[in-house]
Ligand binder design. Structure first.
Ligand code: MRU
Length: 360
């Protein structure tokens, strides 16, 4: 077994960013080239790249492309261009907080360079610092995934059957993945009997992406439709449900892919532990509860059409909230790179926030 997953969602090439087009996976491997920040913003908006930590990483590279866009005569010119790119990238998707987290981290460099340890910067110097920081965001995410994997795998019993939702692997992050990283690490430790992956209607991240990653990593799995979860929780041994997150509020309420909330309710009914795995950059202590998390509403056509084929009568009204919020009282633990938070989350997440991150 490889020490590193075989798939990568994005590759930085200094003057361009390559995105693996996740819309056509698993049947076609197509790389899209982004040469400008707006190419990156479009790639995020149109789901070429998706998954909260991956979005944060590629947005950071989008800023670098904006900083290198031309030979800026002054820092002020460059700063205006960077602010414009910041706003454009921030608007590309609203729910995953990692996007804002990464952009704000880079903005410190052009707004307050002294906090970055430099005082006088040329436009070229700013671009260089931004590139170094974006690479650090990516490398840290990879390291955070490994830590989440180790901490999460320790929570699973031997011979575990684990249900997961959406896609949280190397296509959604810079490394092993979050919930997927836990499964990968537990499998490596011979703890996994099988993974049950839900197809994740309507965008099918489970069927198209997670099944593909599980297959590549040779982790035994079965694919089910979302509506089969209750049946299998009742009729088969499922030891845990583990999912990723797009934003975790200060009280532990967690926004994740639509369908996560129903899995948590079902898990509670069947007495199955329900775990969330995410880097600490997904925790947003400025958002008090799940009610304050903006939920992206995507095109209804993604519900009424499947892979280019209409499945509903013409003019059917449909809804497509892309995420839902799982109340914290349904979550047994939140596994982060800084440690495992347990209820009450208002206290445990604050404790982890105060703990210094172990940076690479
Ligand atoms: O709409 P998507 O595909 O970007 O949604 C992704 C998810 O909801 C993932 O579960 C979440 O981002 C965690 S990824 C490590």
């Amino acid at each position: 077994m490889n020490a590193f997953p075989k798939t990568r969602a994005f590759v930085w090439k200094k003057d361009r960013l390559l995105l693996l087009d996740q819309r056509v996976l698993p049947h076609r491997l197509v790389w899209k080239t982004c040469r400008t920040w707006s190419d990156v913003a479009r790639g995020i908006k149109e789901m070429v790249v998706r998954g909260a930590p991956a979005i944060g990483c590629v947005a950071a590279y989008g800023v670098v492309l904006a900083a290198k866009a031309k030979a800026f005569r002054t820092r002020e010119d460059q700063m205006r261009a960077l602010e414009h790119a910041f706003d454009g990238l921030l608007q590309s998707r609203p729910t995953a907080v990692n996007l804002r987290w990464a952009l704000e981290r880079l903005r410190l460099i052009w707004q307050e360079p002294e906090t970055y340890g430099v005082h006088v910067l040329t436009p070229q110097g700013v671009a260089k610092c931004l590139e170094q920081e974006a690479i650090k965001v990516e490398e840290e995410d990879r390291e955070f995934n490994s830590r989440i994997g180790r901490l999460g795998a320790a929570l699973l019993p031997l011979d575990a059957v684990v249900l997961t939702h959406c896609n949280t692997g190397s296509l959604a992050t810079a490394g092993l993945g979050t919930a997927f990283g836990v499964l990968w690490t537990a499998h490596r430790g011979n703890k996994i009997r099988k993974v049950i992956a839900s197809e994740t209607r309507p965008y099918l991240q489970g069927a198209r992406l997670t099944a593909w990653e599980l297959q590549q990593e040779k982790i035994p799995f079965e694919l089910i439709t979302d509506s089969m979860a209750a049946h299998f929780m009742k009729t088969e041994k499922i030891d845990a449900v583990i999912v990723g997150a797009d934003r975790i509020a200060a009280n532990g309420d967690t926004a994740n892919k639509i369908g996560t909330y129903s899995l948590a309710v079902l898990a509670s009914h069947h007495d199955i532990p329900f775990y969330v795995a995410a880097p600490f950059s997904t925790v947003d202590l400025t958002t008090a509860t799940g009610r304050d998390i903006p939920i992206e509403e995507r095109s209804a056509k993604e519900v009424t059409w499947v892979r280019g084929q209409s499945i509903a009568p013409k003019n059917t009204l449909a809804r497509h909230p892309a995420f839902d919020v799982t109340p914290s009282d349904l979550i047994h633990a939140i596994i982060t790179d800084r440690g495992v938070a347990k209820p009450p989350y208002t206290e445990s997440l604050k404790d982890l926030f105060e703990r210094q991150p172990v940076l690479i």
